[in-house]
Design a protein around this ligand. Structure first.
Ligand SMILES: C[S@@+](CC[C@H](N)C(=O)[O-])C[C@H]1O[C@@H](n2cnc3c(N)ncnc32)[C@H](O)[C@@H]1O
Length: 209
């Protein structure tokens, strides 16, 4: 009995230490662990994202870190002749989403591989952008938010989703101050401490970096 308790305690400490290490060392979830991103996202559902992002027909939107495309099809299907551009550091994730799109006959998704800290796009390219359960994996979150403020048009929106099940979760208070430092203005938030979406606006005349 004592041995069993000791083993459970050791496993708990090990898991805790692992989670703490992972939190301090942001890194992309490897493709082989994709099962985790395919699980339901309670509190940050697809319907909630659509509600706060308000994708409109004809728009050009950017999704950073689509993973295996949990949200991508729902958004792309609402853009009609518009376009969803997905951007991920891992080519395998992008190939996965494009495979799903092909199977579903969704033709308005374009994939780009790169690091969100340095987007390869020109300024003001997008009507809006979103990223869910991604920011905490990026070592310099402020740089990524600054890049989003640059590539989204003035008056456009940037939606960030976070959930506590992610060991890299970025809390709302931390996000708000980083987004503010990057020049984004908070519009609204839905959800609570465990899972939320926050919508920011790119100011009409931001100090472009
Ligand atoms: C935890 S998954 C989330 C996937 C999806 N957004 C979801 O909610 O199911 C994080 C994704 O962000 C990508 N990612 C991590 N760091 C990145 C970076 N610096 N630049 C671009 N993509 C990144 C990962 O490759 C992965 O696809």
């Amino acid at each position: 009995m004592r041995k069993r308790r000791a083993a459970i305690l050791a496993a708990g400490v090990g898991l805790g230490a692992g989670a703490a290490w992972w939190r301090r060392n942001p890194s992309p979830i490897p493709y082989w662990q994709r099962l985790f991103v395919e699980l339901p996202h309670p509190g940050i559902t697809r319907a909630r994202l659509i509600e706060i992002l308000e994708p409109g027909a004809g728009e050009r939107l950017l999704e950073i870190g689509p993973g295996t495309g949990y949200y991508s099809m729902s958004v792309a299907e609402r853009l009609g002749r518009g376009r969803l551009e997905i951007f991920d550091i891992q080519q395998e994730m992008l190939d996965h989403v494009m495979g799903v799109a092909r199977k579903r006959g969704v033709e308005n998704i374009v994939a780009w591989q790169g690091d969100a800290r340095e987007l390869l796009f020109e300024a003001n390219r997008f009507d809006g952008a979103y990223l869910t359960v991604v920011l905490g994996e990026i070592p310099d979150q402020e740089a990524a938010l600054r890049e989003l403020a640059r590539v989204v048009k003035p008056g456009g929106r940037v939606v960030v989703g976070e959930i506590v099940a992610d060991p890299h979760m970025v809390t709302f208070d931390v996000l708000r101050s980083r987004a503010q430092a990057a020049g984004l203005e908070l519009e609204r938030r839905v959800g609570g401490r465990l899972a939320y979406f926050a919508r920011f606006r790119v100011p009409e005349a931001p100090a472009r970096r």
